[in-house]
Design a protein around this ligand. Structure first.
Ligand code: ADP
Length: 489
């Protein structure tokens, strides 16, 4: 039965366009590595601009039919696709661990989260209501309807290689749009596996197209998606730097863009917090996926009355509970970082902090497991001017800063140009209300570190993004409104 399928049966070494497995026209390919071992997992087509132009035409042809399917038809296919993901959870998770490195438990968690978007949008497909307006003059009527925006271009990152596809493409396909998606060059296999399952679920050829390309071609592929007049909408998750490039390219065709960009999440621990709960939250939201999620806590702001107790407890918890290793080993909590470059960056931030007076309470070194590993690290005595507090670390480093008053903590938290996730711990209810309203972030966790859910809205403020994904608003990003005025009544 299909439940016996293995990860290797989901490894496709071709891109997926118009329902077919295709090579780059140039014939070129590039290698994809397993970050835990450095081994080559396989290779996929290194496509260039002309391959993407072709995929856009395919998606445009498919849109002419797909836009007229009923929400129910789309819903049935999305639901089947969801069921196939659940059936093949273990194989899809193994694929994620192979190319991304995250431990099996995290990878299986991602498959559940990822498939959940298909189920959610299967339901939301049927609820894209419009409005009939009250009569504003006797002989006219106005109706507002919502229609699929068209061909959508998507660029996804490597940290959630499965879920970033379904969160975007699930919504677009539910709305009646078609898709050309470029996955990260680090993790193309998870995206390609989902094409196979979509086909088995009955998704017509050309509705979902996945084009692969190396880092060298990423800029050209992105430019083509952003500047093509056929593409009506761009959805991107990745770094703020790349998001800014794409947004400016979208200006040439006044293209709608949804951007989920970097973060610099504060994690505030007030004097009244329960230290055990705060430490558990810190472990979950700083060290999950080795610190490589865009909502990971990046700056720990700890009030002076609880500072020593919290940083000691966090250091001990990290030493006692976290274990680096290959994601396939069941004892591993900390897989590798995505590549050796990421390790060099994280190490540089730690060295810089230590050189400026930070203390190491746990980790602080690359460790001996391989080029992509970095020890889970806790730093105390960190100050807001250090690079480790200013930049998005994207690695397993908890940098702890001391503060005195609530006002000071909120000011530090809001002092950055990012505004994605934020967290704080308190047992004072009035403070919980005040601070959650004062934080300039799209996501707030109050005594809670795991805030993501398909039902929730994922939205970055400031330079963390534009638009929202998931939840009841997620499908709106793929719909245009139309006001229709009927006269002569
Ligand atoms: P990260 O540093 O986490 O890899 P990036 O923003 O660099 O984040 O990458 C996210 C996605 O953006 C990947 O699919 C990558 O290939 C793509 N990308 C990188 N540079 C560009 C670019 N100049 N134009 C379009 N896409 C790009």
């Amino acid at each position: 039965s299909s439940s016996a399928r293995t990860a290797s049966s989901f490894m496709f070494d071709k891109a997926y366009v118009d329902g077919k497995w295709v090579s780059a026209k140039s014939g070129k390919t590039f290698d994809v590595l397993n970050p835990a071992t450095g081994e080559v997992l396989g290779n996929v087509p290194d496509m260039n601009q002309s391959d993407v132009t072709e995929a856009i035409d395919v998606a445009n042809n498919a849109f002419q039919k797909w836009r007229f399917t009923s929400p129910k038809e789309r819903s049935v296919i999305l639901k089947k696709w969801y069921n196939l993901m659940i059936e093949n959870k273990k194989a899809l998770a193994a694929l994620i661990t192979q190319e991304n490195g995250k431990p099996t438990a995290d990878a299986e968690g991602e498959v559940m989260y990822s498939s959940g978007f298909l189920e959610w949008f299967a339901e939301e497909a049927k609820r894209t209501y419009g409005d009939v307006l009250p009569n504003y003059v006797p002989n006219k009527r106005i109706m507002v309807i919502r229609q699929p925006i068209g061909v959508t271009g998507m660029i996804t990152p490597w940290n959630f290689p499965s879920a970033m596809l379904t969160r975007k493409a699930g919504a677009a396909i539910a709305a009646g749009c078609t898709v050309v998606l470029k996955p990260s060059e680090e993790t193309p296999f998870s995206a390609l596996a989902l094409c196979q399952l979509a086909e088995e679920a009955g998704l017509p050829a050309g509705v979902l197209n996945v084009v692969t390309g190396s880092r060298d071609n990423a800029a050209a592929l992105g430019k083509e998606l952003c500047e093509s007049p056929i593409v009506s909408k761009i959805s991107f998750t990745g770094s703020t730097a790349v998001g800014k490039i794409l947004l400016s390219q979208c200006a040439s065709t006044v293209k709608k863009a949804s951007l989920e960009l970097g973060g610099n999440a504060p994690f505030i621990v007030f004097n009244s917090a329960d230290v055990k709960t705060a430490v558990a939250g810190a472990i979950a939201c700083r060290f999950r996926c080795s610190g490589q999620t865009c909502i990971c806590a990046n700056r720990f702001l700890v009030q002076e009355g609880i500072y020593d107790e919290f940083v000691q407890a966090l250091g001990q918890a990290v030493n006692a509970q976290l274990k680096m290793g290959d994601g396939f080993e069941s004892s591993t909590t900390q897989g590798p970082l995505i590549n050796a470059k990421a390790v060099v960056k994280v190490d540089g931030l730690v060295k810089d902090a230590v050189g400026s007076g930070a203390n190491v309470l746990a980790g602080g070194e690359k460790g001996s497991l391989g080029a992509c590993f970095y020890q889970p690290t806790v730093l105390s005595n960190v100050t807001t001017d250090m690079r480790v507090a200013q930049e998005e670390i994207f690695g397993p480093v908890a940098a702890c800063i001391k503060f005195k008053t609530e006002q000071e903590a909120v000011a530090i938290a809001n002092s950055v140009r990012y505004g994605l996730a934020s967290y704080f711990y308190t047992s004072d209810m009035a403070q919980a209300f005040r601070v959650s309203e004062a934080l300039e972030f799209g996501i707030v966790g109050v005594n809670e570190a795991l805030t993501s859910a398909v039902e929730a809205t994922f939205c970055g403020w400031k330079e963390s993004g534009i638009g929202s994904e998931g939840g009841k608003y997620g499908i709106d990003e793929y719909l245009e409104m139309k006001s229709i005025c009927y006269g002569g009544i």
